[in-house]
Design a protein around this ligand. Sequence first.
Ligand SMILES: [Zn+2]
Length: 71
Amino acid sequence: MTAPAQPPSVGTPLPCREAPIPPVHELKYGQAVGWNCCTCGSRLTCGAVHAGWARGSQGAHVLDAEVWACP
Ligand SMILES: [Zn+2]
């Protein structure tokens, strides 16, 4: 098992849904379109939790993406 990119853990690791949402430019395509957990990158099947919005922009273009996390 390879560990996907995770936020630096300090003390107790947060569950994916409570971890800070990464900026949109750090998301993989599958995370930005809501297929995968925005924190750990796991494929989401059912029971995904709405995590919020990953914010980002490129020039004048707003790239905000609605993201989801593991239940
Ligand atoms: Zn996750």
